[in-house]
Design a protein around this ligand. Structure first.
Ligand SMILES: Cc1ncc(COP(=O)(O)O)c(C=O)c1O
Length: 379
């Protein structure tokens, strides 16, 4: 069943291709691997992965075995890096489907070897300060050695780390992480020889820290055309947002001055006004707190504020004197032409209103919304 409701996500795969091409030109000669975990940050993992590979990405990264299998089942043959160790009982799937595991404990390497891996590339993750996962830099060379001892079942194809504050370009902690990484890497290479793939940078690293571009970069949010954070907004000017959240007006009525609307009756109308109902709510990822933090939508290219509480499946907006009808186009995230020119609402605008980051907004759009391909006008 294709889209059967008046609310959906449109994904511009030309924008994905454009963003990958742009990032490749920035980071060359480093290779770009596209991060498509969490269903491609809510954009649809398979379609994004194909577009990214079309545009010259050389590999893909996912968080979960299931996400890797979805790509394999769609016929995608590219290298797929699992970004953390996985439950040992998934090792059979990892080996069978040629996913590239991240490793940092001997136990997990053993679980992979026990599944009769042959020449399976693995990437060793070093924790240089994020303190999430990874081997301590001082233990990295020993861990690399124990991987070498398990040859030919596995081979050390990559060594990497992850930056904690790459989106704050003046924070000195990034330089500390790079130093810890380089020290650990040189110990590893002293005993193991050159490691084929060395990587550090996420989007913010790739854009803001040339030192973190090694043989490859792992690009998520920038590929989707969303800034990693305000500290690097200026480096994102050439990226194009790939996602639009769109809907249609389901119902229109006149609300009288002095009346109140929705659960809790928190909003009181000061004057008679046209109110449009939109069939999308917090079960779709339209965060309920947008009711009170200035959330708005575009209808006819005009900004219409959300009035009253966002409910599970529906929300209401104040259209003022504008003539609005059921079936009219609504843009929740994206662009729409109107009397004052093109208006735009970005995932980052929602994030600012909700004291979060664009990542959380797009990842939060639920599976209940169909993902529909969109061709960009200038793509
Ligand atoms: C280990 C790792 N690398 C790369 C990325 C991609 O980060 P970004 O979306 O900021 O490019 C992530 C995302 O969270 C990650 O966890």
């Amino acid at each position: 069943m294709s889209n059967t409701r008046w609310a959906w996500v449109e994904v511009d795969l030309d924008a994905i291709r454009h963003n990958i091409a742009h990032i490749r030109s920035v980071v060359a000669p480093a290779a770009v691997w596209a991060v498509v975990k969490a269903d491609g940050y809510g954009h649809g993992a398979v379609a994004v992965a194909r577009a990214a590979m079309d545009a010259g990405a050389e590999g893909l990264c996912v968080a979960l075995v299931r996400e890797g299998l979805e790509l394999r089942q769609a016929g995608i043959d590219a290298p797929i890096l699992l970004l953390t160790e996985q439950p040992p009982e998934t090792a059979g799937h990892i080996v069978q489907h040629r996913l590239t595991p991240t490793v940092y404990t001997r136990g997990f390497v053993d679980a992979i070897v026990a599944e009769n891996a042959t020449g399976l590339p693995v990437h060793l993750k070093i924790d240089t300060g994020m303190q999430r996962v990874g081997v301590h830099p001082h233990a990295a060379a020993a861990m690399a050695e124990s991987i070498a001892e398990r040859a030919p079942a596995v081979r050390l194809a990559g060594v990497y780390t992850h930056l904690a504050v790459a989106d704050a370009p003046t924070d000195e902690f990034t330089a500390k992480q790079l130093k810890r990484f380089d020290d650990a890497l040189s110990h590893i290479e002293e005993s193991q020889g050159r490691v084929p793939l060395v990587h550090i940078a996420n989007s913010a690293g790739a854009l803001a820290h040339p030192d973190s571009r090694r043989s490859m970069v792992r690009i998520g949010i920038a590929m989707y055309g969303i800034s990693p954070g305000h500290g690097v907004d200026d480096l994102c000017a050439d990226l194009r947002p790939a996602l639009e959240l769109r809907a249609r007006v389901s119902y229109v009525k006149m609300a009288r001055a002095g009346s109140r609307i929705s659960y809790g009756r928190i909003h009181r109308f000061e004057r008679d006004t046209n109110v449009a109902t939109i069939p999308i709510g917090y079960a779709d990822g339209v965060v309920r707190r947008l009711s009170t933090t200035g959330g708005e939508v575009l209808i006819g290219g005009r900004r219409c504020p959300i009035v009253g509480r966002v409910t599970m499946d529906q929300l209401m907006v104040d259209c003022g004197d504008a003539e609005v009808s059921a079936g009219d186009d609504v843009v929740m995230i994206g662009a729409q032409d109107g009397p004052d020119g093109v208006q735009r609402i970005r995932a980052e605008d929602w994030a600012d209103r909700l004291d979060t980051i664009g990542y959380e907004i797009v990842c939060g759009l639920s599976a209940r919304l169909a993902r529909v391909p969109r061709r960009s006008i200038d793509g």
